[in-house]
Design a protein around this ligand. Sequence first.
Ligand code: GLP
Length: 239
Amino acid sequence: MEIKILKDENEIGAACGQFFVDYINANPKCVLGFATGATPVPTYNYIVDAYNNKKVSLKEISTFNLDEYCDIPKEHKNSYWYFMRENLFGKVDVNYDNVDFLNGNADTEAESARYAKAIADKGGIDVQILGIGRNGHIAFNEPSDEFTDEAWKVTLTQSTIDANSKYFDDIPMPHYAVTMGIGSIMRSKKIILIATGDSKAEAVKAMIKGPVTPQCPASILQQHNDVVIYLDEAAAALL
Ligand code: GLP
């Protein structure tokens, strides 16, 4: 694991954003794995600024997202599809034909197989961006007794519901989601994980210094050979 500690989320957004700009310019047809949540937003803002200044084009990239809620329409303002459109895809020249998402309202088994095949058909994910939950979850893989492989349907924990309920003002937050499994995430060729703020410090410590255990799903990243972890000073405080 390569660990980079920067001052705050803005410095991280600039560093990660510039990494993606350079990567896309060098590999215009790359396959990128995107994440939702507040953490990657400064990175997405940087990419949008670079696009507006004609420093990068996303028109040939392909994308896969980590996860999606079940039981809400794709177009609902709290769906992760909507989030990506608002924060990145709708602001750049990405080709929506090459944007793939898990469908939270489909038969999970068939959808999982479809997603695995779609990723494999593109040659795998070149770079996957990740955040981390307060309990060490990645995507929506919550602490459990075993590491998962391909995409699956998860019952969200109270910790995650408490953290994300604030975004739901018209309907209750769903209690289920579909998520790429740990195996699908680990098959990405490169992984960039970002954690900011003191609420992530315990999870960051467990991910980097603790044992590899499905009780802290992010700890599996210790076994990946190309992971870069960007932390701000608050998230790194317990290292
Ligand atoms: C959700 C997402 C994760 C994300 C996490 C942390 O659970 N499924 O992909 O990493 O929230 O979100 P935030 O970045 O808002 O702290």
